[in-house]
Design a protein around this ligand. Structure first.
Ligand SMILES: [Zn+2]
Length: 556
């Protein structure tokens, strides 16, 4: 039997449908208008700010730094506009923007503007506090036997000395910055929390992650997964490390202290496997090797290199970075290249960032011509950077011969494995500590630090030690709530690498593999920021971000 639908119901349905469509259309049009006004303002200021920063990093002149500071202030000012934020809020709360490209821009712009809504007085107070702390770190020097030492000298002694008493003195000396800055940092943490609460977040850690598009619960879940996958193997490796050091220092394993691990934080792998990669690069040109390599995968980097600044100069920034000047093809990298394995890794790394920016789909709107997240571009950079000490890559690139490749394969694998596992346990400490500190800055932070170090790095706290050792790590004070991204980048590097070697090319070095270049361009670079990072990863690898492949690569 046919049901007869009353006319009134049909009229109502049509009215609802019509008003929905018109609401969608109205809100999408408002969003389009917003974007066009935003782009008119933001695109030139973004470019100016990127260029000014580039110049300052090359010349090192204070007038150029002043220009750069002014330009980045002008760009940041865009996001403080209250009326614009109110408009975005209205559009967002209407839930009427359905077009995926518009909706994604709405999400990203909303977060940027929300982050810009903090009271300027609170922000300038925060900057003042950070500057004061920064000065204290800069002025701090370790003193040993009446001599003052730089951080580099401290690290050098920790690596080379075999005298336990010297190691203890210098390690304890390096921790004396703790009491100098601890009270200031706690104040700063509480101040940051105040800012976060004003914007509707529980604390600053939660705010930082959420505004960058990360749900703290998701991140903790991935860190838990990695913890359980690496714990057993790390414990075993830590046993090897301990036996090696007990022998080196001629003491019992039970007498090993945190100063015996060749690093202030045990964040890098101790040198227990001997292989000197530098010697292979002494007569090589890392830039030429890197450009030949990327070219062989069909990713030409000539345009990037032509605009880059590759070698040492007086006054120039001594580190390395890659920058996208205009999100329209002007991509550059700053380096200080020397013929050694460190710079081979670095130029492969920076050009990894470079190709990610360079090959983004230029038909996407400005806001989406960016990486899916900062850690996804870090993943690409890491995946390629790791190859600098990969014997198969070195062989395929003509850096070493077959015999040498065989000789060093085993030890290189072990060294990389150790490096990755040690780093992953250290990053766990940083993530867990920061999260808990922002949740409750009034707890006993000295105790929290050592509990976390003992749990994840398996180091034993020196008996009776009650010092703010957490405050000695500059990232805690000045680069807050970001460290976990380094580990997420490593995990994704492994996930992509395993996916590619299983599904795209069996060639583990990717040398000459155009299919790898095509795959990365199509699935990772071209989409830019159009998808939420975990959706991009799922589309590219068939799975959301997982610690499985990091474990597959580095847990034996
Ligand atoms: Zn990087």
């Amino acid at each position: 039997m046919k049901r007869i639908i009353p006319v009134i119901a049909i009229v109502m349905a049509i009215t609802i449908m019509w008003s929905c469509t018109s609401k969608i259309e109205r809100m999408e049009n408002r969003m389009k208008l917003f974007i066009s006004a935003y782009e008119t303002k933001a695109i030139p200021l973004y470019r100016e700010s990127a260029l000014a920063s580039w110049n300052a990093n090359i010349t090192g002149k204070s007038e150029d730094y002043a220009k750069s500071e002014k330009a980045s202030f002008e760009y940041a000012k865009i996001f403080t506009d209250k009326a614009n934020f109110a408009e975005l809020k209205t559009i967002k709360e209407s839930k009427a923007v359905q077009d995926p490209i518009l909706a994604r821009q709405l999400e990203l712009l909303y977060n940027s503007f929300l982050g810009g809504q903090v009271d300027t007085a609170l922000i300038s107070e925060q900057i003042k506090m950070e500057t004061e702390i920064s000065k204290k770190y800069s002025n701090f020097r370790v003193t040993l036997k009446g001599k003052t030492l730089s951080d580099n000298e401290v690290e050098k002694i920790l690596k080379s000395s075999t005298m336990s008493t010297d190691l203890q003195t210098i390690w304890e000396g390096s921790k004396m910055i703790g009491p100098v800055v601890a009270t200031d940092i706690i104040k700063l943490v509480k101040h940051r929390n105040k800012i976060a609460k004003k914007l509707g977040f529980n604390n600053y850690h939660e705010m930082s992650l959420k505004l960058s598009g990360q749900d703290p619960a998701d991140i903790t879940k991935i860190f838990d997964e990695l913890d359980s996958l690496t714990r057993g193997n790390f414990a075993q490796l830590k046993g090897d490390i301990d036996s090696y050091f007990a022998q080196r220092y001629k003491i019992a394993v039970s007498d090993l202290k945190p100063w015996h691990y060749q690093n202030r934080y045990f964040q890098e792998a101790p040198e227990i496997y001997k292989v000197d990669f530098n010697k292979y690069y002494e007569k090589q040109d890392p830039v030429k090797l890197a450009s030949t390599y990327y070219n062989s995968m069909g990713m030409n980097v000539d345009a990037i290199l032509a605009k880059s600044d590759l070698y040492e100069k007086p006054g120039k920034n001594q580190h390395a970075f890659s920058t996208d000047i205009d999100r329209a093809g002007d991509v550059r990298t700053l380096d200080n290249i020397r013929p050694d394995s460190y710079w081979m890794n670095t130029i492969l790394h920076e050009l990894g960032h470079g190709v990610y920016s360079y090959y983004v789909d230029m038909s996407l709107p400005f806001t989406l011509r960016d990486a899916a997240h900062t850690f996804t571009t870090e993943a690409i950079a890491n995946m390629f950077g790791r190859l600098a000490t990969n014997p198969q890559w070195m062989l395929n690139m003509g850096v070493i011969d077959e015999k040498e490749c065989k000789n060093i394969t085993d030890v290189s694998e072990k060294a990389l494995r150790l490096q990755m596992l040690v780093f992953s346990r250290w990053a766990q400490v940083m993530y867990r500590f920061e999260k808990s500190m922002y949740e409750n800055p009034d707890q006993n932070l000295n105790q929290l630090w050592w509990n976390t170090v003992e749990k994840y790095q398996m180091l034993i706290k020196p008996e009776g030690r009650d010092m703010p050792d957490w405050a000695t790590k500059i990232h805690i004070a000045l680069y807050p709530c970001y460290y976990h991204n380094y580990l997420l980048g490593e995990m994704l590097a492994s996930q992509l690498y395993c996916y590619i070697t299983a599904n795209v090319s069996k060639n583990q070095s990717f040398v000459g593999e155009k299919a790898v270049g095509d795959y990365l361009r199509k699935n990772v670079f071209m989409p830019g920021a159009r998808y939420y990072w975990n959706d991009m990863i799922e589309k590219a690898t068939g799975e959301k971000l997982t610690a499985k492949y990091y474990a597959k690569q580095f847990v034996k």
